[in-house]
Design a protein around this ligand. Sequence first.
Ligand code: NAP
Length: 239
Amino acid sequence: METVLITGASRGIGRETAKLFSKNGFNVVINYNKSEKDALELLSEIKNAAAIRADVSNRKEVFEMVEKANSIFGGIDILVNNAAVAGQMLFQDISEEEWNRIFDTNVKGAFNCTQAVLPNMLNKKSGKIINISSIWGITGASCEVHYSASKAALIGFTKALAKELGPSGITVNCVAPGVINTDMNSSIPKEVMDALKEETPLGKIGSPEDIANTIFFLASKKADFITGQVISPNGGFLI
Ligand code: NAP
């Protein structure tokens, strides 16, 4: 049985992704940071899972989490670097702390988690790493420069690592979702969400399931010849 580690699986896209993998017979490591109640509730709902707390920006906690996961399931086969934080503000108002909060979680988090799971993948000469970027990492979002830059960084990370790890039989891909109905967008005013919906050719906001399905495909054998790619499920918002 293969094992997937999903960072930020307590809520939103990560949570749906955990459910989908579990339903399809994978062992699932539910990583969470602050939302312990949500993570434990998810744990009680799905099979073959473990919930492990770690702040992905904290290298020590990440390595301890992977060590624990390895001792339970015997190695991570699939890593989904999903955990992220966002923020909306004018560029001039971004403090150094705020910049670091975004980059430490969204970019350093992926660096930490990937380095922690790699030894097992390299030993097995197989593995799948899926990084969750955003349409804003491709096209840029006004008043979200730090978030957009962090998500663009994950695209570069994906492409470079795919070249480096291809000869070791490990694929690295990126999912860049459009606007999705999760807590991350809860502070966006309704008029703005309606306008985004209007601008989307398919006429709707995406669901966490839409993104979970794309992640699941990239983790499957059907995607064995795909690496270094950015797939953007976005309803046609960005074509
Ligand atoms: P969400 O509902 O806000 O959930 C974020 C998840 O990340 C939570 O489970 C949270 O866990 C976790 N997290 C945050 N900081 C963490 C840390 N330091 N360590 C470990 N976990 C941490 O967000 P979402 O909408 O599902 O977003 C998931 C991914 O999709 C993100 O990479 C996001 O950038 C991307 N994305 C989202 C959208 C969208 O419209 N929603 C669009 C494009 C891309 P705790 O609550 O336990 O701390």
